[in-house]
Design a protein around this ligand. Structure first.
Ligand code: SF4
Length: 292
């Protein structure tokens, strides 16, 4: 079985939803970071779901778009600060997709030195909560991503996240609740109103990086870990390609982006509603920034 099959063809997968609910019941203090895709997928239901989680004992709930913006800013800063280096010495691979990191660690360790050394969005949000909001709770990451389990377990993310929980499994556990009854409790403890909240079907983190650079810069977003995609990352060790060296290459596992990650039940994906939610988020972000 290939790694891609492991992530996407598997009928079952490993996450921490059971441990999360069981620890909550035992009185463990837990906070939750919501992936930005939560707001695209659940739209008007988001508030009720947040309220329901809080009524079950979750102490704090943070919009992960906040850390996504921090991660994008730090990534852009890193790229700008290393721009003067010879192309061959530049790091350019985004670590935004944990499935890619696992593939690199297992099959392409030579590429490790090319990873941009900035924590991904989920971890950046948790670091912010720990460091600046004084949160001492365990923190769960709720998303459609099952590969984030590797991020939670990785020694490189500093133990900032403790559970990887997924939309499908969490919603299954909450199916007996009427979310409308919990809306009043549904306020976030950290909101994100910047471009870290922007969603796209496909083209994820690299899209955000484009905001920091002229359109003429080479930004390469690729989908899937095909031999061709992975081999393309090796080209830039070679001087021959220095003139077309990308400032960032992003290779993501899910063909339609994080909004359709395998930890979301695709049968529940309502295109009209999700696209409308994505557009509402986009309008809100750009109106706030006075960009429209
Ligand atoms: S593309 Fe898929 S595997 Fe990668 S971060 Fe998004 S949901 Fe996770």
């Amino acid at each position: 079985m290939s790694v891609v099959d492991e992530f996407h063809g598997a009928r079952d997968y490993r996450d921490d939803t059971e441990a999360f609910f069981s620890d909550l019941e035992k009185g463990e203090k837990i906070s939750v970071v919501l992936a930005p895709s939560f707001f695209g997928l659940y739209g008007d239901r988001a508030e009720g779901i947040i309220g329901c989680l809080k009524s079950l004992g979750v102490e704090k709930i943070y919009d992960g778009g906040y850390g996504r913006e921090i991660s994008a800013y730090l990534t852009a800063k890193f790229i700008k600060e290393s721009a003067a280096l010879p192309a061959k010495e530049r790091k350019f691979i985004s670590n935004s997709c944990p499935a890619l990191i696992t593939v690199i660690q297992k099959y392409h360790p030579f590429l490790l030195e090319k990873l941009i050394p900035v924590q991904p969005a989920s971890v950046s949000t948790a670091i912010y909560a720990h460091k600046y909001l004084g949160d001492t709770n365990k923190i769960a990451y709720l998303s459609a991503c099952i590969a984030s389990k590797d991020e939670v377990d990785s020694e490189n993310t500093g133990g900032n996240l403790n559970y990887n929980i997924t939309f499908s499994r969490v919603m299954k556990r909450l199916e007996q609740y009427n979310f409308e009854d919990y809306k009043e409790k549904g306020s976030l403890d950290l909101t994100a109103n910047g471009f870290g909240s922007l969603l796209a079907r496909g083209g994820e983190f690299a899209d955000l990086i484009t905001y920091f650079f002229p359109r003429t810069e080479n930004i390469i977003p690729l989908k899937g870990f095909s031999e061709q995609n992975m081999n393309s990352l090796y080209l830039f060790f070679d001087d021959e390609y220095s003139e077309v060296h990308p400032i960032i290459s992003e290779v993501t596992a899910c063909p339609s982006g994080c909004i359709s990650g395998p930890g979301f039940n695709s049968k529940e994906f309502d295109v009209k509603t999700v696209y409308s939610n994505i557009n509402k988020i986009k309008s809100r972000v750009f109106e706030l920034k006075n960009l429209i």
